[in-house]
Design a protein around this ligand. Structure first.
Ligand code: HEC
Ligand code: HEC
Ligand code: HEC
Ligand code: HEC
Ligand code: HEC
Ligand code: HEC
Length: 392
């Protein structure tokens, strides 16, 4: 995990090509008509690696990534369906909150960083010693708080979202991650998923039968190599046979949700509930706002408009003030329905609550009557996130 992000150094990265792209030994990405220097990596290369590049101080995702099991470059996850290469996707906090120790953005910016502390450092699991009386020992915490330490990064669910008014970046070890995020499980195809280990383990027979005794740390001590078979036998003291328990009971499989990497199935002896209704991973009744936003997210992924019909009544009834994700979702539904003025009003409230939203600014600019206001909104968006990079 210490290598889960970092600065690209020439001569140390794999080289190769995919389609019209070539990655050179200098870590330059070249294609007919252009080139750029890869400057940041995300992913240790155990499974794969994504890259970022810098333009005018802003960090963007590169459209190609490295896949370890095939030993090749290919289009990065999420870019497979692009007709033309897209160089405008920001590397915002969403990647780095799980792949780096700490980040500090320039004020008013989305992908311009003052500082990035790469890799997963001690403080992400043990807390900052200066904020507590010494370091937190995860295994000594109450089970919900202990599990939260790993869940801050290893729990993605079918949909993961920040709760109203909460920011995951304020989470600290020792707290309950469920105060910050809602995570929905269900409504996904069965099988192994990228970053689905927490939900998979929760579905395992071992976890369901032994409850709080079993957690990630039972098998993974981040500081030493584990003998997995010995761990199984702490509970299964008279196994039906000897040999590699995990080879048969925790098979590896290609993730079914994109990418090409192979992951270990953590749902030992259990069944993943494929296709069932959305429910909270934390076992609570989800708030209408959170459930509505989850439907919107699934609707976008699956292009299934009936999910929007489910989302609308949930979202419409929720408190709107100071909740940009909710307001943006409402605005999108209203705009699609031709209710431009109401959509614009929702976007204005959203931008008032959080002005650093280039997408919302651009969408509002397409809805307002006054050409001068539209121009001003677009230029505000442009200052946060240049929409088109100059050709190089
Ligand atoms: C700040 C985010 C973060 C936290 C907190 C975190 N992990 Fe990870 N972990 C990652 C990322 C990202 C990777 C993938 C690293 C890579 O290969 O790029 C990873 C990889 C792993 C791996 C694969 C092997 C390895 O070491 O790379 C194991 C096992 C693991 N984590 C267990 C845990 C456990 C157990 C906890 C809780 C005690 C935990 N992690 C907490 C982000 C995190
Ligand atoms: C919620 C936390 C989270 C977020 C957000 C996240 N990742 Fe990850 N990522 C992980 C974890 C955990 C793993 C390890 C997966 C595993 O083994 O289950 C991982 C694995 C990876 C890998 C494979 C690394 C390897 O082991 O070789 C790459 C590449 C990657 N992520 C890139 C990204 C990029 C790019 C983004 C932003 C678009 C991103 N991730 C956002 C948590 C996250
Ligand atoms: C991915 C989460 C994670 C990270 C990152 C991490 N630790 Fe740990 N650490 C644990 C867990 C889990 C344990 C074992 C259970 C416990 O002690 O609560 C542990 C145990 C320890 C212990 C107790 C003695 C031992 O070896 O078991 C010390 C000391 C320690 N860590 C120091 C550090 C330092 C220093 C760093 C940074 C270089 C660090 N840890 C990074 C999760 C982490
Ligand atoms: C903390 C204790 C614990 C650990 C560690 C543990 N298990 Fe389990 N496991 C259980 C319990 C309890 C059950 C439920 C037993 C039952 O239903 O009779 C179970 C059930 C199972 C089942 C399913 C049995 C069935 O009824 O279908 C399998 C298979 C299994 N474990 C394999 C493993 C393997 C392999 C490992 C190591 C990778 C492991 N377990 C680690 C406690 C544990
Ligand atoms: C019963 C034992 C057990 C428990 C509990 C467990 N793991 Fe694992 N985990 C394994 C085994 C075995 C592997 C495969 C290791 C290998 O191939 O070297 C693995 C691999 C991983 C990997 C590497 C990527 C992959 O899919 O192969 C990550 C990340 C990981 N586990 C995270 C977690 C997290 C997070 C938790 C808690 C939700 C957890 N594990 C709980 C046994 C366990
Ligand atoms: C060659 C593959 C293989 C190996 C190795 C293996 N198992 Fe199994 N195990 C099975 C199969 C097949 C079953 C039958 C039931 C099923 O499909 O879950 C089973 C059943 C189980 C059960 C369910 C109840 C029972 O006792 O019949 C447990 C618990 C279990 N294994 C634990 C382990 C542990 C612990 C180890 C390692 C010491 C291990 N297994 C090694 C294939 C294997």
């Amino acid at each position: 995990m210490a290598n889960s992000s970092g600065v690209v150094r020439a001569g140390t990265e794999p080289i190769g090509r995919t389609g019209s792209f070539t990655v050179t030994p200098e870590a330059k990405l070249e294609w007919p008509g252009g080139s750029l220097l890869l400057s940041l990596f995300v992913g240790s290369r155990r499974m794969g690696r994504s890259y970022g590049f810098e333009h005018d101080g802003h960090l963007y995702q590169a459209p190609v990534g490295y896949y370890a099991n095939r030993g090749v470059f290919d289009l990065a996850p999420g870019y497979e369906r692009d007709k033309k290469p897209d160089f405008t996707r920001p590397i915002g906090l969403e990647c780095l909150s799980c792949h780096a120790t700490r980040t500090e953005l320039e004020p008013g910016q989305l992908n311009r960083y003052r500082a990035i502390v790469h890799g997963i450092g001690c403080e992400r699991c043990h807390g900052d010693a200066s904020e507590h009386d010494g370091l937190i020992r995860p295994s000594k915490l109450a089970p919900r708080l202990r599990d939260s330490v790993c869940e801050q990064c290893h729990l993605a669910g079918s949909v993961r979202l920040e709760r109203a008014g909460k920011r995951m970046r304020d989470f600290r070890p020792g707290q309950d991650v469920g105060q910050y995020i809602e995570v929905f499980v269900g409504a996904t195809p069965a099988g192994v998923r990228v970053n689905g280990h927490s939900e998979a383990l929760a579905a395992s027979r071992c976890k369901q039968a032994s409850g709080d005794r079993l957690w990630c740390g039972t098998c993974h001590d981040p500081h030493r190599i584990t003998d997995f078979n010995a761990v199984c036998q702490t509970c299964h003291s008279k196994p039906h046979r000897t040999g590699d328990c995990t080879g048969c009971h925790m098979p590896k499989a290609r993730a079914n949700d994109g990418g090409h990497a192979v992951f270990t199935d953590h749902s030992i002896g259990g069944k993943r509930d494929a296709g069932s209704a959305l429910r909270s991973y934390f076992g609570r009744k989800p708030l209408p706002r959170d459930l509505g936003l989850a439907y919107v997210e699934l609707a976008t992924r699956s292009r299934d408009a009936t999910l929007i019909e489910k989302a609308w009544p949930l979202l419409r009834g929720a408190p709107q003030r100071g909740d940009p994700p909710l307001l943006n979702a409402l605005a999108a539904i209203l705009a699609a329905d031709g209710r431009r003025e109401q959509a614009a009003a929702a976007l204005r409230m959203s931008i008032e609550a959080d002005p650093v939203q280039p997408d919302a600014l651009r969408r509002l600019s397409a809805l307002v009557e006054s050409p001068a206001e539209a121009r001003s909104l677009r230029s505000k968006a442009e200052r946060i996130l240049p929409a088109r990079l100059p050709s190089r």
